[in-house]
Design a protein around this ligand. Structure first.
Ligand SMILES: C=C(O[C@@H]1C=C(C(=O)O)C=C[C@H]1O)C(=O)O
Length: 376
């Protein structure tokens, strides 16, 4: 029986051949790439790859090896494609950037919209990004704000996308797909909820608490200590505060910021009722133009993948191969197609970087309905 050393020597010899063959294969792929640069033909040929996988698996025996050779060829062909995308990008075949680079945003002349009413967290985020005296107005819902941007009655909207404890604001992800609006900035602000009521309200008198659903969730520990309070979700925390003021009813309270309570003439009945300390929300700044700041460092995209094994894995390999750091992934159901999902990915980079162009080129060919949501 052969020793381990002898067997390893045999493997080394086989691997030398494999490495040489790999290099030869990639050299031919490079020539295919040149041909495609010259002819404008697409890099990814799904039909050819399918046939190749069938052909190679027919040449080996046994299920285990059939599966193995398929996986190996999927990787080989994926490397081949990535080489070709690099060639295309190198040859300038990407054409113009889909977004226009700008040096800065004209914040002082901008008209900005935020959802809610005076005192909303979105207003605080807006002031944090655009300055306290920016030219602004408010609308009721996130959708209203997206519409105001799309139709041009505002230049920018400031909208929540993610909370540190409650996670993604699902509705916003769907709006980013539906509307032709793009992210140009982001800002994070601390979120500290209070329980607010008409001056003189006693905790024992309260029967109903109003707030945005996600804010009720973030204060669930405190609210559950008062299990007899009915929790009612409204569009926004500041709208909840306004309702309590308007109704003049001592059995009602709102979960909102101390600022919203002050704006609406309410008293803070209980300070800081967050479940977790350091609760903060990330807001995005949205516009209807395809622009990005020259120092932008994060890209958000969304795409769909075919409903088959390994498809997400292959799409994500474009980030790995181009050395791009993925910072977030979310999925949302695709409307009308039960149990199929659209993926949202954030990764580090600037649209003008070669690695980013290369990855986007690959993603555009291989994923379905790729949309670049913004570079900021
Ligand atoms: C090399 C080509 O480009 C791609 C890579 C393939 C491969 O590595 O075999 C096959 C089809 C294409 O998706 C080609 O078009 O032949």
């Amino acid at each position: 029986m052969a020793t381990l050393e002898e067997l390893r020597m045999q493997l080394d010899e086989i691997d030398d051949q494999l490495v040489n063959l790999y290099e030869s294969r990639m050299q031919v792929c490079r020539e295919v790439g040149e041909l495609k640069v010259n002819t404008g033909r697409k890099v990814f040929d799904r039909q050819r790859e399918r046939e190749k996988l069938e052909a190679v698996s027919a040449k080996v025996s046994g299920d285990f090896n059939k599966k193995g050779i398929q996986e190996l060829y999927e990787q080989l062909m994926s490397m081949s494609r990535k080489l070709q995308y690099q060639q295309l990008v190198g040859a300038g075949a990407l054409g113009r950037l889909p977004f226009i680079e700008v040096d800065s945003l004209d914040k002082s002349n901008a008209r900005v919209v935020f959802p809610g009413v005076e005192g909303a967290y979105s207003q605080a985020a807006m002031q944090h990004y655009f300055g306290e005296n920016c030219n602004s107005f408010h609308v009721r819902t996130f959708r209203d704000a997206m519409e105001a941007i799309e139709e041009g009655s505002a230049d920018y909207a400031v909208l929540p996308i993610e909370n540190s404890s409650a996670g993604a604001v699902d509705e916003m992800y769907d709006h980013l797909v539906e509307f032709e609006n793009y992210i140009v900035g982001e800002t994070v602000i601390p979120i500290t909820h209070t329980l607010a009521g008409l001056p003189g309200t006693k905790l024992d008198d309260i029967q109903r608490v109003y707030s945005k659903g996600v804010a009720l969730l973030q204060a669930s520990r405190f609210l559950n200590e008062h299990g007899n309070w009915q929790q009612i979700s409204v569009a926004n925390t500041s709208i909840a505060a306004k309702k309590v003021l308007d109704d003049q009813d001592y059995t009602q309270a709102a979960v909102c910021s101390a600022y919203a309570a002050k704006v609406h003439g309410l008293s803070v009945l209980e300070e800081n009722i967050n479940d977790v300390p350091n609760n903060s929300t990330r807001f995005i700044v949205v516009t209807n133009q395809k622009i990005f700041l020259h120092d932008a460092s994060k890209i958000s995209i969304c795409f769909e993948v075919p409903h088959e094994s390994g498809s997400l894995y292959h799409i994500l390999s474009h980030f790995i191969y181009n050395d791009l750091n993925m910072t977030k992934i979310e999925s949302r159901p695709i409307e009308g197609r039960n149990w199929e999902y659209r993926f949202f990915v954030d990764f580090e980079g600037n649209m003008a970087d070669a690695a980013v162009k290369n990855a986007i080129r690959g993603l555009r060919e291989e994923a379905r309905n790729l949309k670049i949501l913004g570079n900021y």
